[in-house]
Design a protein around this ligand. Structure first.
Ligand SMILES: NC(=O)c1ccc[n+]([C@@H]2O[C@H](COP(=O)([O-])OP(=O)(O)OC[C@H]3O[C@@H](n4cnc5c(N)ncnc54)[C@H](O)[C@@H]3O)[C@@H](O)[C@H]2O)c1
Ligand SMILES: O=C(O)[C@H](O)COP(=O)(O)O
Length: 605
């Protein structure tokens, strides 16, 4: 498997049964090869609705979880905002210039593409246009079909031994280079980011430093850069004037890299001899536009954006993106996300249980602590101990914490926090997270994660003493510390956390309240003060007993056997109850009023 870009899986959308009204839906407003769509149909509802206007798209998108497009659909921020359920936008091809990627990122929508499914097709199309422009194939075909026999008017030029200039020596550019060299051409290139070694190995004679070095030297010029601010109008009148009058230019990348008006002028004025153009600033070009005049120009061989239109390429890109959409919607990994950082699949596999753990720790924090301490705790330290500290790419853990912290208080319409938008959401909510790697030996478990909150209001930012620790055993996750209490429970389901004094009959009291409300107890655990807390309490007691006549009784042992008569009124513990059934405010109130109970939190994980 190739390096993958991932989003930490948010809660998977299962419910794939065809009869389930919540079955995830995917909209495909363009022609996408059926192979990939068939794969998606096994789990999801797929609607192919071609010919939608921008308004139609905005009105339809709210019910869809996935959108698969090619180059014709403009995925604007309005479309993305209307797509309240959207989790993924897939581009069945390479270029994502028709998708507002920053808007998708800010909404936590993953954008994926197929980075190499159509590169052979694009390179072959470039070579087709190279030969077609050299030998006037377009004009010859149409004149012959119109009953003419114009042999002397249609004399061409050879490409062998000529120089081809390539701007953009990436995936397509490099393939074009190899093919052109196979045709006996000399290739020189301009690409500030290309590897000179790889270029040399492919047979490229030189990587030149500037357009000024490239343009006068070439007989043919082809562009294979994306359309970026830096490549828009890369060639204008000045540049065309520097070229040989016999030169021909090609564009199978994106309309707009050659300024279309300038190219028309260059052809009309004879600054260059011809062009082969597949892509235009407007597709399809509007009546009378420069794009349309270019497409119809007699010195131009034009094709309607056919670079990727081969049976093979369409199958490739369809399979590439549909596989990713399938995975993302069930909480898995995309292999080519445009707006997520890279992580290896095996690395993610190792992190996965910790992602679950950290998300639950965040959610537990918000529901157990933040509810009672709304004033502080917006700065956090997430510390990775032991083997986990060796992992450098902890981005999924960061995202999981943000997700956990905000999920129970989020009103974002169910929009998931994920690896794509976690930083942004944390910033918006004033959450600061410091990640620390402590390469210490962790007793018992190989890896431990601790979450500590800090007051941000206090000038010295002293810890407020709220700590949650957890560990992973196999694939199971456990909380081992909750504030000053040593615990050992699986953070899942509905939990009631009761802070109490150890008093006889307390468990019976709690049981009676829950019984009265018909709440079923699935498990119960009593967490006593942890070692540091016990030592601190013992120290305090020692100091107090040396100054007081009747020293207080303090907690010096875990509270796990705390209900067994003769309880200690000063001994604190946490009673953890996993429960079934509806926990109303009335239940929480009644529990809070039970004897010996200091406070109660209801936590849903
Ligand atoms: N017509 C079609 O149907 C079709 C099909 C496939 C790809 N494409 C387009 O082809 C283009 C290239 O695709 P790719 O897969 O080779 O991309 P790529 O990312 O592999 O390569 C792009 C190259 O352009 C270089 N580059 C960027 N800015 C540059 C600049 N200012 N000057 C020189 N070089 C620069 C980069 O360094 C990179 O090497 C994309 O725009 C893609 O959408 C079109
Ligand atoms: O960027 C691409 O992949 C190509 O331009 C192909 O576009 P298409 O999918 O609309 O043919």
């Amino acid at each position: 498997m190739s390096p993958a870009a991932i989003s930490e899986p948010s809660s998977p959308l299962d419910s794939s049964s065809p009869s389930n009204p919540n079955r995830p839906k995917i909209l495909v407003p363009e022609k996408v090869s059926p192979e990939g769509l068939a794969l998606l149909r096994t789990l999801y509802e797929v609607d192919v609705l071609q010919g939608l206007s921008p308004e139609d798209l905005i009105s339809k998108i709210p019910s869809y979880h996935g959108l698969i497009v090619r180059s014709e659909t403009k995925v604007t921020s309005s479309v993305l905002q209307a797509g309240r359920k959207l989790r993924v936008v897939a581009r069945a091809g390479v270029g994502v210039d028709n998708i507002d990627v920053p808007a998708a990122t800010s909404q936590g929508i993953i954008v994926v593409n197929s980075p190499s499914g159509n590169i052979v097709a694009a390179a072959e199309h470039t070579i087709a246009l190279l030969l077609a422009t050299a030998r006037n194939i377009g004009r010859a075909d149409s004149s012959f079909k119109n009953g003419k026999w114009e042999r002397s008017k249609l004399v061409g030029v050879e490409v062998g031994r000529k120089t081809l200039g390539i701007i953009g020596l990436g995936k397509v550019g490099m393939k074009v280079a190899r093919m052109a060299i196979g045709l006996g051409m000399k290739v020189i290139a301009l690409d500030p980011y290309a590897s000179p070694d790889m270029a040399r190995q492919a047979g490229v004679e030189a990587i030149v430093p500037s357009l000024g070095d490239l343009l006068p030297a070439v007989d043919f010029l082809t562009i294979h850069t994306p359309l970026l601010a830096s490549t828009l109008n890369l060639l204008g009148e000045e540049e065309f004037k520097k070229m040989k009058s016999s030169a021909r230019v090609l564009n199978v990348a994106r309309g707009g890299v050659y300024n279309e008006e300038a190219l028309l002028k260059a052809l009309d004025e004879g600054w260059i001899a011809g062009a082969g153009i597949d892509v235009f600033t407007e597709e399809p070009p509007k009546e009378g536009s420069a794009a349309q005049r270019l497409a119809r120009h007699e010195k131009v061989v034009s094709t309607p954006h056919l670079g990727a239109s081969t049976v093979e390429a369409q199958e490739n890109v369809s399979m590439d993106v549909c596989t990713q959409v399938l995975e993302i919607l069930r909480g898995g990994l995309p292999t080519a996300a445009v707006n997520a950082p890279l992580i290896l699949p095996e690395e993610y596999k190792r992190l996965e249980p910790f992602v679950r753990l950290v998300e639950r720790m965040g959610s537990l924090y918000t529901q157990h602590f933040a509810v009672r301490n709304a004033s502080g705790g917006r700065r956090f330290e997430l510390v990775y101990h032991g083997e986990l500290a060796e992992i450098t790419n902890t981005r999924p853990l960061f995202a999981a914490l943000v997700k956990g912290l905000v999920s129970s208080i989020s009103d974002a319409g169910g929009r998931d926090v994920n690896i794509v938008n976690a930083t942004l959401i944390a910033r918006e909510r004033g959450i600061a997270i410091d990640e620390k790697h402590v390469r210490n030996e962790v007793p018992v478990y190989n890896s431990l994660v601790s979450l500590r909150s800090f007051e941000t209001t206090a000038a010295d930012e002293a810890p407020v003493g709220q700590v949650i620790e957890g560990y992973v055993s196999g694939k199971s996750i456990f909380i081992s510390k909750l504030d000053r209490f040593a615990a050992n429970f699986t953070p899942e389901g509905t939990l009631l956390i009761l802070h109490n004094y150890d008093q006889p009959g307390k468990i019976g009291n709690v049981g009676m309240v829950l019984g009265k409300h018909a709440i079923n107890i699935k498990f119960m655990q009593v967490a006593g003060l942890n070692r540091e807390a016990r030592e601190a309490a013992a120290k305090e007691a020692a100091t107090a007993s040396s100054t007081e006549e009747d020293g207080p009784v303090v907690a010096v042992e875990t509270a796990s056997s705390s209900d067994g008569g003769g309880g200690d009124p000063k001994k604190e513990a946490l009673m953890l109850l996993g429960v079934d059934g509806e926990i109303t405010e009335g239940v929480v109130k009644d529990l809070g009023e039970a004897e010996g109970i200091l406070n109660v939190s209801l936590v849903r994980l």
